[in-house]
Design a protein around this ligand. Structure first.
Ligand code: GRF
Length: 218
């Protein structure tokens, strides 16, 4: 078994972001490996994706627990057992409690299909479309105790077209999610992220192709 740092990925559905992370790890673009996939839904396609790559999976059904805290305590137990250094929420449709947050301080990432702080919560692409913005996108951020409010690591922008449907916009955003989530994971595992209050500073970001946070005037 490789001694690369273990990433635990939490999913509830399709798991296309999970797939992007697995693929990036297999291409060695991420200095870690997905060592555990957890789902709160037994029929999540993400579990099938994980199994195809020989990755252990665990289902923790939230409906079997009497409180959010009890559910989170079980998640913490299975993730700790994997030895994960990083926890990635990837389409995990549960709001977590401080029980979960405190177990992995500054070690939980989330991806959201909008340019935060705009359009947090569910249906990010639909919210953006209905609001009438000309651009939307996606955000990878550290998890904090709010809903989609944690310090922002990477964002990507996509145009919103006048004849867009919610599905078309969501698909355009998802493509960018698959690009920036592995990028953020790489930055984290390489120890290049520093958080100061709300702001995240990235060491040597210019060495990552497609990472556009360099100041051209600097
Ligand atoms: C993504 O849009 C993600 O940002 C959101 O849920 C969707 C999950 O897609 N939180 P997938 O399961 O990774 O395919």
């Amino acid at each position: 078994m490789s001694d690369k740092p273990v990433i635990a990925v939490l999913v509830s559905g399709s798991g296309s972001n999970l797939q992007a992370i697995i693929d990036a790890a297999e291409r060695r673009e991420i200095p870690g490996r997905v060592g555990l996939v957890v789902s709160n839904k037994a029929d999540a396609y993400g579990l099938t994706r994980a199994s195809r790559h020989g990755i252990p999976t665990v289902v923790v059904d939230h409906k079997a627990f009497e409180s959010r805290e009890a559910f989170d305590a079980k998640l913490v137990e299975v993730i700790r057992a994997s030895g994960a250094k990083l926890v990635c929420l990837a389409g995990f449709m549960r709001v977590v409690t401080p029980v979960f947050l405190r177990a992995f301080p500054h070690r939980i990432l989330n991806i959201h299909p909008a340019l935060l702080p705009s359009f947090p919560g569910t249906h990010g692409p639909g919210q953006a479309l209905r609001y009438g913005v000309r651009f939307s996108g996606c955000t990878v951020h550290f998890l904090d105790d709010g809903v989609d409010t944690g310090p922002i690591i990477v964002q990507a922008v996509v145009p919103v077209y006048e004849d867009d449907t919610e599905d078309a916009l969501a698909a355009r955003i998802l493509k960018e999610e698959h690009r920036i989530y592995p990028m953020a994971i790489r930055l984290f595992l390489e120890g290049r992220l520093t958080v100061e209050g709300r702001r995240v500073f990235t060491k040597d970001a210019g060495k990552i192709p497609g990472f556009s946070h360099r100041n051209p005037d600097a």
